[in-house]
Design a protein around this ligand. Sequence first.
Ligand code: SF4
Length: 369
Amino acid sequence: MKYLDDYRDPALARGLARAIAAEVRPDRTYRLMEFCGGHTHAIVNQGLAHLLPDAVRLIHGPGCPVCVLPVGRLDMALALVRDHPEVILCTYGDMMRVPASGGETLQKARAAGADVRMVYSTLDALALARAHPDRPVVFLAIGFETTTPPTALLLTQARDAGLPNLSVFCNHVLTPPAIGAILGGAGEAKPLDGIIGPAHVSTVIGSEAYRAGAARFGVPVVIAGFEPLDILRAVLMLIRQINDGRAEVETEYTRAVRPDGNPKARALMEEVFILRASFEWRGLGALPDSALAIRDDFAAWDAERRFAMPPLTGRENPACECGSVLMGALDPRDCRLFGRGCTPERPQGACMVSAEGACAAAWTQGPSP
Ligand code: SF4
């Protein structure tokens, strides 16, 4: 486990914890949001919050791809397989169990006879389309900038191969507008002192993508890797910036993130996608220029156009408080369904489905943090 153990050394972690404690000022608190669900998972699994002084509060953010997708978009996918039984709908595993309106899920639709399949990558979707040339295959695409380049590649592969039966239901969303909305007080968002920036997303979009937002809202961003020492070092870097009155973008995860990210991946995304004027996020509401649609050049492979899918608004489970959890406004344990009707085996909301969801992460810790 070389290269991983290097970032999990307990003695170094304790040293970083002491350095953080030494920097913390007694007259203030530090509210730091980890945007990414991968960080939430690492923080909870490694018990990192226990290493930090009480004045440092880590707040879970909305960076879990299945969590932020609003119910209406899932309802659209369910309507597609209901109205078009000839369709093979494929998507990543977590999407299968996310509740839509009325508690419906893709898993239940499959049990009722719809042809819904789990894939591990866009290559699986491509293989499905090739294996079933007589049937339409729709890839339900979700995720932030990490999973967007593979979807863009899939669309160019479909075009280059002249695959007429493959299409994509595009639900890709963008990180910087969401961070900006949170810092601007959208939804139930509370003021923050710093952002732990996402790792994988930043390998694609680069650290420069956050600079305008950090400057506009006067809040520092430190991009961190997923290992315990990465996260603790990012906390230390944030606290030093906050104490100095700086609001800069710094990269702790220098072994993978460059200022301009991955130019090839960005060019591919630019070739295939265009900004949506507005997109609804669970918890954040409708945000302008925060999601991607498929360009006209690829209209033949756009499921929304091919099947004339009408936009649906959806009905959230009124007892589920995912929206507040995603904004860091509610601790998952304070939801009245947490562990009482909502568990990873029987999720009532999206935040309990994926390992990256704040409710699922909290569940792994037990009833108290
Ligand atoms: Fe929703 Fe379950 Fe989380 Fe409550 S515990 S907010 S019902 S996902």
